[in-house]
Design a protein around this ligand. Structure first.
Ligand SMILES: *Cc1c(COP(=O)(O)O)cnc(C)c1O
Length: 397
């Protein structure tokens, strides 16, 4: 495959151009290769391609040129050697675990990770002999204490959902490596526009491309980024054989999303900060979780580790579930949906939606209260989002 080296270019240039090699048609925008298979010039060429003696396209479960442009572009933005695109963010997490772990292995994970990830670890991986211990996101000592001789993987998401807790990636990478483990970071909330975990020592970066990479709430997809040895080895091997692959159409949507990622993130972050500061002053709001606020316990860490504070915030209402539901039911503009990373602002009640399937005890331990409301701030006028919330807050206080 022809490969362009974009290492000398800046982030924005790579976001727009990395990975695309023009075909003979001279297209300006990347083409969608809607083909399941590829033809060979001869039987010998087919044999060489299948054996791996020569590289090239074989079958779109594991080789598709549009998917490859997305993979190379995202790898370049994350500063990784290799990216494998998957059918969803959950498929990216599953593919990582299936590619790296075996029965008898142990995972240490933050207890603040995405609800379905907790279920994947506890109910599915557990059936295949992989056990998981959950620890507080921000307590580095607790991570180290939870490590056993058979621990292979440390897994976290920072900032976390829905409490927006920030984990110290460099410190946890150090813990992982001292114990011969890998550190995997779900970088969904920040994207490489705000945070590059590999540069902080992480071994694997995981994405739900469904969120900010798409940016407009259209497609489901995911990705794993890291070294050629890790991602190009067992992780790609699992994808090739088991097939949780990204469709070429979705890859095209995502790679176009990468072109505007940084400027979109900048706008999401600016509006989220403004709303967080405003919410902190509203009666009936007992706590606002946003790392851009000086009141956030990991504000200094976030300022060091991220280039901005992200587009998601959450806050607690004095009146518990009743107040939270009443606020949510009163909005007219903001969409009531659990998705995030969309140009349209969304509002959700984590305790009864995204985190409704985990046990009440686990939910309480993770700090997800009945009065908690999460907002993923979109790209509408911030004054309109604020007015929408203002009306709702007046109704509950
Ligand atoms: C949405 C999400 C996922 C799962 O991604 P899907 O594309 O929905 O499968 C994983 N991690 C985080 C942090 C998410 O927000």
């Amino acid at each position: 495959m022809p490969h362009f080296d974009f290492d000398d270019y800046g982030f924005d240039t790579r976001a727009v151009r990395a990975g695309h090699v023009r075909t003979n048609e001279g297209e300006q925008s990347e083409p969608i290769f809607a083909t399941s298979s590829y033809t060979f010039g001869s039987a010998a060429e087919a044999a060489a391609r299948f054996s791996g003696a020569t590289t090239g396209n074989i079958y779109s479960r594991f080789t598709n040129p549009t998917v490859r442009v997305f993979e190379q572009r995202l790898a370049s933005l994350e500063g990784g050697e290799r990216c494998v695109a998957t059918s969803s963010g959950m498929a990216a997490i599953l593919t990582t675990c299936m590619g790296l772990l075996k029965a008898g292995d142990h995972i240490v994970a933050s207890r603040s990770i995405f609800g379905p990830t907790v279920l994947l670890f506890n109910t599915i991986l557990a059936r295949f002999g992989v056990e998981t211990t959950f620890v507080p996101q921000t307590d580095v000592d607790a991570w180290e204490k939870a490590i056993r001789p058979n621990t292979r993987l440390l897994f976290l998401e920072t900032p976390s959902n829905p409490l927006i807790e920030v984990a110290d990636i460099a410190a946890l990478a150090d813990v992982a490596h001292r114990h011969g483990c890998w550190l995997a970071v779900d970088n969904c909330f920040c994207t490489p526009a705000l945070q590059r975990p590999l540069s902080l020592g992480a071994d694997i970066v995981i994405h739900s491309a469904t969120k900010y990479i798409d940016g407009q709430g259209r497609c489901i997809g995911g990705a794993v980024v890291g070294s050629e040895a890790l991602v190009g080895g067992g992780i790609y091997g699992f994808l090739r054989t088991a097939g949780p692959s990204m469709s070429p159409f979705n890859a095209w949507v995502f790679l176009k999303g990468l072109e505007t990622l940084r400027i979109r993130m900048q706008a999401h972050c600016a509006s989220a900060l403004q709303l967080a500061q405003w919410l902190e002053e509203q009666p009936g709001v007992t706590r606002v979780n946003y790392p851009g606020l000086a009141s956030h316990p990991q504000h200094a860490l976030a300022a060091r580790q991220q280039t901005a504070f992200g587009g998601v915030l959450s806050f607690d209402l004095e009146g518990g579930r009743e107040a939270a539901w009443k606020l949510i039911d009163s909005v007219r503009l903001i969409s009531i949906t659990a998705n995030l990373g969309d140009s349209k602002s969304t509002i959700t009640h984590p305790a009864t939606t995204t985190h409704g399937r985990i046990s009440p005890e686990a939910r309480a331990a993770a700090g997800i209260t009945e009065g908690l409301v999460r907002i993923a701030v979109g790209l509408e006028d911030v004054a309109d989002i604020q007015a929408d919330l203002q009306r709702g807050l007046e109704g509950v206080s």
